[in-house]
Write a new protein. Structure first.
Length: 457
């Protein structure tokens, strides 16, 4: 018989299809599944209850789902702080091209720790920089995720268009077409778990139109569908990308992606800032997902994605931290607030997004984009026990009557407990699975080592 954990006396936002909420309710966890969610106290007579949590003063929500990130950038935070995307990439690629396995492992631990202690229960990493001789970077990232205890998708990225081909990355930081496809297939076969409660999944993820060939996009899509995994890339992030696609391919980014097999229910793209009506209609028609990264888009002056229009059209949308070289906080719960505020910028946009839509973006929307909405993203019986207890009775939130409004509009709320797969990984705002202070030291040391190597050229 599965051991049960009972959480009581809490406000609950289930984020189910009806947005069911309880002012005071209970959640029962049995093993790694949610067994019951409802109003009032837990029914008497439950057997094998190993723990009862009095969650008075808390809001319980599904765990947050991060849909776009670059973990390695944790050790290059705070650089090129006044650059647009193109100039930022030019400034940082020479440094990124010198990463190695210990650096990537440390950076992944830092990125994951920051997200997990802020309520993320499902994370992803789009890793696309594989310098020659740098070690087994995919394995290092997956190891860090397992140690942290979060559910994880590795988007195994790739680049085959370097400086000599008119791309941005240094020549030694890219792979060949054949090498990228072979390494991606090997990563999927070694690490992807297709089961309902999988803790590790892998997606096929060539980097962007700027840095990959048309053939890598086309064959990458074919590979993903042959292996039965999802596809991820950057799309429509800047006006420069729009211009590049028209000059190189004679069409805009969305049409270019469609021509290479990159629209569909198994695809999600990061950013999608510069989308016209026909682009949004194409995404809606094909159910292509979007990872909205409001802080990064603002940091790099990329623009404001048309998220309200996408949602109205039926496009699946989740939230992303993006790499911490363009979002130094590295936290997803701050993106709930930033998504809401940024999408209200402009005249008469005060209702463009509301608090519950923002929460949905960060939970169910993210699960949908990662292809895991049947398993996580909402609090419903039978789903995986990925959930967060947010403390809302302190000075920061206590005078806000509505708990969802408090969570989204208010300061970043403390996480009293976070559960992934029924296992608690955060307690009173601290990680229970790894040593935060040791991670801070190792990330500082690896950042300094990388800076020294980059300075030596």
């Amino acid at each position: 018989m599965a051991q049960r954990i009972v959480i009581e006396n809490c406000s609950i936002a289930t984020v189910d299809a009806d947005d069911t909420e309880y002012a005071s309710g209970h959640v029962v966890i049995a093993g790694n599944r949610i067994e019951a969610v409802g109003a009032g106290r837990t029914p008497e007579g439950l057997e094998n209850v190993v723990r009862r949590i009095d969650a008075s003063g808390h809001l319980v929500t599904p765990g947050l789902v991060n849909t776009h990130h670059h973990f390695y950038q944790w050790i290059t935070r705070g650089l090129a702080t006044d650059h647009n995307l193109f100039n930022w990439l030019v400034a940082l690629y020479p440094t990124w091209a010198r990463i190695d396995e210990p650096m990537v492992y440390a950076a992944a631990r830092g990125s994951l720790a920051m997200m997990a202690r802020g309520g993320v229960t499902t994370a992803m990493d789009h890793h696309y920089v594989f310098p020659q001789g740098s070690g087994d970077l995919s394995r290092a990232i997956i190891r860090a995720a397992r140690e942290t205890g979060v559910r994880f998708t590795l988007a195994r990225g790739s680049m085959d268009r370097s400086e000599k081909d008119g791309g941005l990355p240094p020549d030694f930081a890219v792979e060949t077409l054949e090498g990228a496809l072979a390494a991606t297939e090997e990563t999927v076969k070694e690490h992807h778990d297709a089961s309902f409660d999988a803790m590790t999944q892998v997606a096929v993820a060539p980097c962007s139109p700027f840095s990959v060939s048309t053939e890598l996009l086309r064959q990458g899509a074919e590979l993903a569908r042959r292996l039965g995994v999802r596809l991820h890339t950057h799309g429509s992030e800047t006006v420069e990308e729009e211009k590049f696609c028209h000059e190189m391919f004679g069409m805009g980014p969305t049409d270019y992606f469609e021509s290479t097999g990159w629209l569909g229910e198994d695809v999600w793209m990061a950013h999608c800032v510069h989308m016209n009506d026909s682009d949004i209609a194409a995404f809606a028609r094909t159910k292509t997902g979007v990872a909205h990264c409001p802080s990064s888009n603002a940091r790099l002056a990329a623009g404001i994605a048309r998220v309200p229009d996408m949602l109205a059209a039926g496009v699946p949308v989740g939230l992303g931290v993006d790499g911490t070289a363009s979002n130094e906080s590295g936290e997803l719960h701050t993106e709930l607030r930033n998504a809401l505020l940024i999408n209200r910028l402009g005249a008469h946009r005060e209702a463009a997004l509301n608090a519950r839509q923002a929460l949905r973006l960060g939970t169910y929307g993210g699960a949908q984009v990662l292809g895991r909405a049947t398993e996580t993203g909402s609090l419903e019986p039978g789903k995986l026990a990925d959930l967060v207890l947010w403390k809302l009775d302190t000075l920061a939130h206590a005078s806000i009557a509505d708990p969802v409004t408090a969570l989204v509009f208010g300061a970043a709320a403390p996480v009293t407990a976070s559960f992934v797969n029924g296992r608690q990984i955060v307690g009173d705002g601290r990680l229970l699975t790894v040593d935060e202070d040791a991670i801070a030291r190792s990330t500082r040391d690896e950042a300094r080592r990388l800076a020294r190597i980059a300075a030596q050229g």
